[in-house]
Write a protein that binds this ligand. Structure first.
Ligand SMILES: *Cc1c(COP(=O)(O)O)cnc(C)c1O
Length: 714
């Protein structure tokens, strides 16, 4: 921060503090302040205040410090900021004052907080980011632990042949909202772990997420060997050995980082099995204090919470016993157990033989576990029943808490304003209360529709300007100018599909009967168009071939530019898409979608879902707030399922969605459609926000762990 402090005039000096607290990113008043400071630069830096303050001319800052309107706004924002940081009226503090001095540690491999900190790949990361933000809003005593990946996930480029290329860019960390943690003597703090016989060190980056810190480990430090320096360079790019090394660093190194910082959590939440080694480190500490293994396990179980995130077996990391031995040889002695006992903690029969499964480890050593939707809870109980061989499936202790999205992050400013006006300015504080949403009936149809159309135009101009910028910079060939959304028609019914290109998500299902789809799309009176976006994992060849398939259709002149594939999907683009299309499409192979969250982002903005009854939509769909694909039926044969689901999609499009969208009254307003938009918001907004979710995590899981620790220390 120091390098900025010299430049910023005292009168607005705390604006750097604001830039380094991601609170600004979900607070409209704070965003407005940065926008006002230098709007072109705000846009150029893709809303990155840290970079902006570095690049802004000192003159602009001087002017701002003299401008009474700016100063008034600045003071207002800083007052709001200080009030928020005090925390005394937060939900947690008011509800559980006796637990306010405890700490919940939340470990995750990825955090999707803002596009200026690209340390996420998809849904899991976005969920962690939203979880951390809401934990701040509700005042939970919370600290996050993750990785700083200086090369992030990857940037997606799609050349004219349509085969995705992965570009790794070194993040300029000085332009990210992170600062190194320093020791008392002013040097960077270090922690280290033993990785296969070598000490590997990590520095710790601090990200402030509202009221709470998030700490990110980074092994790119001078004293490490080159191989070790690379360890945290990228997210999910390595082989299985890189992965176990990363997971040891996150789990064991993460515990050590918190200890080094003087933070002693009373509840430990593992978001996914990636961080499950943390339980072993906690056991090791207790054994070193004189407990025996069983006593230590009992304590660790009480304080540990585990959330599993996918019903896809390959999504659960498992390591060969030999590799585990190589990295944990000797560690089991410190736990007071032998090799066989150690390996049995994660023992699980994989398709390729017995292995050490991180989900099994996490389940064995956490007292509380959950899936991320009701259906996913059910599937998880079946999937992991073997961990409790003496319990019938329905008594397997894996509960469920359905995911949510952080409403202030994902709501469009324009929609926010409508809610302020018709529900009342306090709506955000109470948005998990279903009763307040009845007031949305008072928002006039034309106003709701106008706001939606404005957001749709905003999306199209965002896509157009994005292509223009790339074209000017010479990174695009002319084909891409055609395929990236420049030919989209702002009047046409627009369907959005954006997510990771994992094959179970069936991105190309809609193209199964191309002729039928073409008839739907090319109707001159009632045209329909599609916007696709998403990355395939760099090693996922089938996923990449789905992208190529869509890309080739986007180039096809017979489809008239009504299909766009927009490269390099990220949070920034996700906001435009989930706020600006007309319908959000999701057609995974049931029951593979544990929850899904992009549809929730769309729903809170009044964009109805058209989705398979999988994940959250089984709970969200009520017959009047969007459309279902299929009827919860699952076929053994994938071909049959695909055929059935595709036909279902065409039929609902032809008979319901398209006619309703184009049925306008004399003022040009589709009254029936607006009714669905209103129902979509009213029924989903209270249920699928992280506000409801974090309250459930707190009352159902965290509290138990926090109170158990009290019993221990007494
Ligand atoms: C919300 C979001 C996701 C998650 O989408 P799903 O519908 O859960 O697949 C993935 N990537 C980005 C960039 C997002 O914003």
């Amino acid at each position: 921060m120091n390098h900025l402090n010299d430049k910023v005039p005292d009168k607005i000096g705390r604006i750097t503090e604001l830039a380094y607290n991601l609170w600004w990113s979900w607070t409209p008043e704070a965003r407005g302040l940065f926008r006002r400071l230098d709007y072109p630069l705000w846009r150029k830096t893709l809303h990155n205040p840290v970079q902006m303050l570095q690049e802004i001319s000192p003159l602009k800052l001087q002017e701002a410090a003299q401008d009474s309107t700016f100063l008034r706004q600045y003071n207002k924002v800083m007052m709001l900021f200080d009030d928020t940081m005090k925390n005394h009226d937060s939900w947690f503090y008011q509800t559980y004052p006796e637990l306010a001095d405890k700490t919940i540690a939340y470990f995750s491999f990825e955090f999707g907080l803002h596009s200026s900190l690209p340390i996420y790949s998809g849904g899991l990361g976005i969920l962690s980011g939203d979880h951390a933000k809401e934990a701040s809003d509700l005042g939970l005593p919370f600290v996050g632990v993750g990785f700083m990946y200086p090369q992030g996930y990857f940037r997606q480029r799609i050349p004219s042949h349509g085969w995705q290329e992965a570009v790794y860019q070194q993040l300029d960390i000085s332009q990210a909202p992170v600062l190194p943690v320093l020791n008392g003597d002013g040097h960077e703090m270090r922690i280290s772990v033993n990785l296969g016989g070598r000490r590997v060190s990590a520095r710790i980056w601090h990200v402030q997420v509202g009221r709470n810190p998030l700490f990110l480990l980074d092994t790119d430090v001078d004293e490490n060997e080159p191989w070790d320096r690379e360890l945290s360079a990228r997210l999910y790019s390595g082989d299985s050995e890189t992965r176990i090394r990363q997971e040891i660093m996150l789990g064991i190194g993460g515990v050590r980082a918190l200890r080094a910082l003087g933070i002693n959590p009373t509840a430990w939440h593992m978001n996914e099995g990636h961080s499950a080694f943390l339980t072993l480190e906690c056991i090791r500490e207790l054994v070193a204090e004189g407990k025996n293994f069983e006593e230590a396990v009992a304590i660790v179980k009480k304080q540990s919470i585990f959330t599993t995130h996918t019903p896809v077996p390959a999504g659960h990391d498992a390591f060969g016993f030999q590799m585990v031995e190589q990295y944990f040889n000797g560690f089991w002695d410190e736990l007071g157990i032998n090799r066989e006992h150690f390996l049995s903690l994660g023992g699980h029969e994989e398709e390729w033989g017995m292995a050490f499964n991180m989900t099994v480890l996490a389940l064995r050593l956490s007292g509380q576990a959950n899936g991320v939707s009701k259906l996913h809870g059910e599937i998880s109980r079946e999937m992991w029943q073997e961990v409790w061989p003496d319990k019938p499936v329905d008594e397997v202790p894996i509960s469920s808490i359905t995911n949510g999205v952080h409403v202030p992050t994902w709501i469009a400013g324009e929609v926010h304003n409508i809610f302020d006006k018709y529900i009342g300015p306090g709506w955000l504080e109470q948005h998990d209360n279903p009763a307040i949403w009845q007031r949305l009936a008072e928002a006039p149809d034309d106003e709701m529709w106008d706001v939606h159309l404005a957001l749709k135009r905003k999306l199209m101009s965002y896509l157009r300007e994005r292509v223009r910028r790339r074209w000017v910079n010479g990174t695009n060939d002319p084909t891409q100018v055609l395929t990236s959304g420049t030919l989209l028609d702002p009047e046409a019914l627009t369907i959005g599909f954006a997510r990771r290109f994992a094959t179970y998500k069936r991105a190309t299902l809609i193209f199964r009967d191309l002729e039928r789809l073409q008839r739907i799309m090319m109707d001159i009176h009632r045209p329909v168009q599609f916007i696709f976006a998403g990355k395939a994992h760099p090693a996922d060849e089938p996923g990449k071939s789905l992208i190529q398939h869509i890309y080739n259709l986007a180039k096809h002149n017979q489809l008239g530019g009504r299909i766009a594939f927009v490269e390099d999907y990220d949070m920034h683009m996700a906001r435009y898409l989930t706020q600006g299309v007309d319908v959000w499409l999701n057609n995974p192979r049931r029951p593979r979608e544990a929850s899904g969250t992009s549809g929730m982002k769309a729903a809170i903005n009044g964009i109805p879902n058209f989705s398979i009854l999988d994940g959250w939509w089984v709970e969200g769909y009520n017959g009047a707030n969007g459309w279902a694909i299929g009827d919860e039926r699952e076929f053994e044969n994938h071909e049959v399922q695909d055929e059935y689901d595709a036909n279902f999609i065409y039929q609902v499009l032809e008979e319901e969605i398209v006619p309703l969208y184009y049925s306008r009254d004399r003022d040009g307003i589709p009254r029936g459609w607006v009714e669905i938009m209103r129902e979509c918001i009213g029924s989903n907004a209270p249920m699928f926000g992280t506000r409801r979710m974090i309250k459930e995590y707190t009352t159902e899981l965290y509290i138990k762990a926090l109170r158990a620790s009290e019993a221990n220390s007494n």
